[in-house]
Design a protein around this ligand. Sequence first.
Ligand SMILES: [Zn+2]
Length: 368
Amino acid sequence: MSDEITALQHFDDASLDTAFAALAEQVRRETASLSDPEAFRLHWLGRKQGRLKLISEAWLKSAPPEAKRALGIRFNQLKEQIEAALEAPAAGSSKTTVQGIDITLPGTLRTPGIPHPLLKTMHEIVSVFHHLGYSTNLGPQVESDFYNFEALNFPENHPARDTQDTLVIASQQSRPSRDRLLMRTHTSPVQIRTMIAQAPPIRIVIPGKVHRNDAADATHSPIFHQIEGLCVDTNITFSDLKGTLDHAMKALFGSDVKTRFFPSFFPFTEPSADVQISCIFCGGKGCRKCKHSGWIELLGCGMVDPAVFAAVTAERRKVNPSDDAYNPEKITGFAFGMGVERIAMMLHGVSDIGHFYSGDMRFLEQFA
Ligand SMILES: [Zn+2]
C-alpha cells in the first residue's frame, strides 16, 4: 500500500477523474487479496488516520470553491467502492465467510433458567394450600428468642434453646433473654408475628429457610427449608386438621396415598401428632425406602396450644388493652409443618440432601 498523499495540482474534471481512478485501482488491488478486512477497513476508513480522511482533508483544503462539489461526489463514490468491498465475500475465501465470520459454525446455545428443585417443590406445596384459600406469609431469618421460642411455649430450659441446637448471634448476653437474636430454627415465628398483627380468621402457609446447629450428612443440613401452615377460626377441630392434611398429601403424592396420625409432642400444639403417609414407592406393601413398614413419616401437626394464644394476646394488649381476638374460649386453630428437602428427596428419588446445595449442573439439569 502506498501511503504518501500527493497534492493535487489541477481541479478540472479530467484531473480529478485521473486522480480518483488511481485510488480506485489501488482499492481494487488490495481487495483482490483481502486477508485482513479489519486492517483494510482501518487503512481506508479509519476515523482519525484513515486514508480517505487524510486525502479528503489535503485535497479539499487546496481545492478552489467551485471544485469542492465535484471532489465530494468522487470521494463518496470511492467510499462506496471500499464499503462494497468490505461487505462482499472476499475473493478466494469460503462463500460462507462474511467479514471473517463463518456462518456455518454452530451458534451459542443459551439455555433458559429453571426453578431450583427445592423452590419448585416449595411452590408445588404452597400451591396446594393456595387452592384451599390459604395465603403466603414470610418473616425474617434472624429472629428474637421471643418469636422463635418464648411465644411458642418453649420453657426457659428447653433443649432446643441450647446453643448445641440453635445458632445464636454473638454478644447478646447483656440483652433480656426475650430480645436475644438467633437464626430461626423453624418458620413458626411467622405464625406469632401474623397473629399479633391480624385477628382471626387466619389461613396462612409460611415457606422459608431455617437454621439449626446440625452437622451435615446425607439427610441433614444446617440450613434447610420448611413450610408451615396455620389455620385459626371459630369451630376449627382436629377433624379439619386431618381432612386438610389428608387432602394436601393426596394432592402432592397422588389420590391413592393414605394418611395416619400418631400422638406426638410439640410445645406449641396440644394435642400434637406426627403424620405418616402410605409408602409412595411400594404402595404400602413394604420396601427398603419405608424400612418395610409400608409407611413414611412426613410431617408434624397439632391443635394450637392455648398458651400460644395467651402469649399472642399479651402482645396484642400492649396496643389494645381490651383485645380478646385470640380468646381460646371462642377460637381454635391448627398448625402443621413439613421439611421441603425431605419431600423433594422423596418426590425425585434424591439420596443425598447435599445435592440440592452443590450447584452441580449435572444434578440440577435433571429437573429442567
Ligand atoms: Zn415402601
